[in-house]
Design a protein around this ligand. Structure first.
Ligand SMILES: NC(=O)c1ccc[n+]([C@@H]2O[C@H](COP(=O)([O-])OP(=O)(O)OC[C@H]3O[C@@H](n4cnc5c(N)ncnc54)[C@H](O)[C@@H]3O)[C@@H](O)[C@H]2O)c1
Length: 312
């Protein structure tokens, strides 16, 4: 069976590619290497088909989808601050690009499209844990673009019978996540800072919490979502159901690395939510999803992979 992984050169995409190849599946990647890296695909280049191109081009997406049975759509500009600085490009890539993927998938009679959505669509409501029945309240252009993507997924299912599944990822982390961009997520930024002997910068008081999700859980969710009969047309949370504050992350990094870590506290960032914590019962019921790698193990493996990469 042929899988198309859009954004396959990215952090999550390349982890999906690796697992699909381990399972003996055929894999094609569509990526323009804007935030992803060629080095993420280096070990797999002999085993995949690589289409270098932009999901904003319908023609390119159409060619890349040809012959695929399942599309795991991960390509996007994945950052809240980037979307605040440049909402138009975020919209073009995340919303128009997603519509291109759906239109091409319909034309080529793809069986199922799985979409990388985001917990950011919930916004800052006080109710915890976040569950799929809550009314979304996006606080950034990025979150709006992901909500629009979900709505297009559902409309394509209802109108055209194309099976779609949207997975709302909660703060994913793990090997190959980019630590170097001004838009990088907190865990790779902090690990890179600690290993280099620099102070991590905390936005706010550090008591904000996240449901950090090790990437293997997200990979497994994508693979189940490509098959599970009851998941067609659905939207569901993918997380670990664990609440970890930024200050706890810093303590855990001290313990795991044995280094002195002196964080610097700055003002909270616009568009950031205070607490994020998921109800994952829907994914458990529809996908048989489970938290296979928990917080402490996932963080240890991530620190080890970053330490290895910095010595190689
Ligand atoms: N990492 C997280 O915590 C998280 C949380 C929620 C949702 N997501 C979503 O998961 C997906 C993967 O995120 P990631 O963390 O691996 O980010 P990433 O930046 O590592 O991966 C995104 C990939 O998409 C590619 N891409 C970007 N624009 C493109 C374009 N116009 N055409 C073709 N390819 C393009 C990039 O080159 C990159 O390889 C994204 O859709 C993101 O919004 C991630």
């Amino acid at each position: 069976m042929l899988y198309l992984v859009t954004g396959g050169a990215g952090f999550i995409g390349s982890n999906i590619v690796e697992e699909l190849l381990k399972r003996g599946e055929r894999v094609r990647v569509l990526d323009n290497f804007s935030t992803g890296k060629r080095s993420n695909l280096l070990p797999f280049l002999g085993d995949i088909e690589l289409v270098e191109g932009d999901i904003r081009s319908y023609h390119i997406v159409h060619e890349a989808v040809r012959g695929a049975e399942v599309v795991l759509h991960q390509a996007a500009l994945p950052s809240v601050p980037r979307s605040i600085a440049d909402p138009i490009t975020t919209h073009e890539v995340n919303t128009n690009g997603t519509l291109n993927v759906l239109a091409a998938a319909r034309e080529h009679a793809v069986r199922r499209v799985v979409f990388a959505s985001s917990s950011s669509i919930y916004g800052d409501s006080a109710e915890l844990p976040k569950h799929e029945g809550m009314i979304p309240n996006p606080l950034s252009p990025y979150a709006v673009s992901k909500l629009a993507g979900e709505k297009y997924m559902q409309v394509y299912y209802r109108l055209y019978g194309l099976e779609t599944v949207s997975l709302r990822y909660f703060n994913v982390f793990g090997p190959r996540q980019n630590p170097d961009s001004q838009y990088s997520a907190v865990i790779p930024r902090f690990i890179a800072a600690v290993l280099a002997g620099r102070s991590p910068v905390v936005y706010g008081d550090g008591e904000q919490t996240r449901d950090f999700t090790y990437v293997a859980n997200v990979v497994a969710a994508n693979i189940s979502a490509a098959e599970a009969p009851a998941a067609a047309g659905e939207v569901m949370n993918i997380a670990c159901r664990e609440r970890v504050s930024i200050n706890r992350l810093i303590d855990d990094l001290r313990r795991l690395t044995g280094r002195e870590v002196q964080p610097v506290y700055e003002a909270p960032r616009l568009g950031d939510v205070r607490h994020s914590f998921a109800d994952i019962s829907k994914a458990e019921a529809l996908l048989g999803y489970r938290n296979i790698v928990r917080w402490e193990t996932g963080l240890r493996m991530t620190v080890e992979s970053f330490a290895e990469a910095s010595f190689s």
